[in-house]
Design a protein around this ligand. Sequence first.
Ligand SMILES: [Zn+2]
Length: 100
Amino acid sequence: MKTPKSMMIGPVEVPIREEPGLISKRELGGYTEFPSGEIEICPDLPPQQAVLTIFHECLHAISAQYGLGLSESKVRVLEMSISALFRDNDDFTKVYFKHL
Ligand SMILES: [Zn+2]
């Protein structure tokens, strides 16, 4: 998967930087730097894991930007439940993204 250069989190453009060796350095596929909000992504992740990792890190960035203070476990629950919501409701997902 081609890693996006940035993601828009509300009005803020959050840069994404590929960080080779991130898994061995931090034992993570992705990491969000605070307070800069920059997201680091390991470039060697399989596509499905890369997508979920970017989404996961965006949830951390949203939590920080809006002062939600979400714990790691809450971010993981949101990551998996929202991903499953869109994956398991294909008809709704198509309509949802068509009308955004
Ligand atoms: Zn996390």
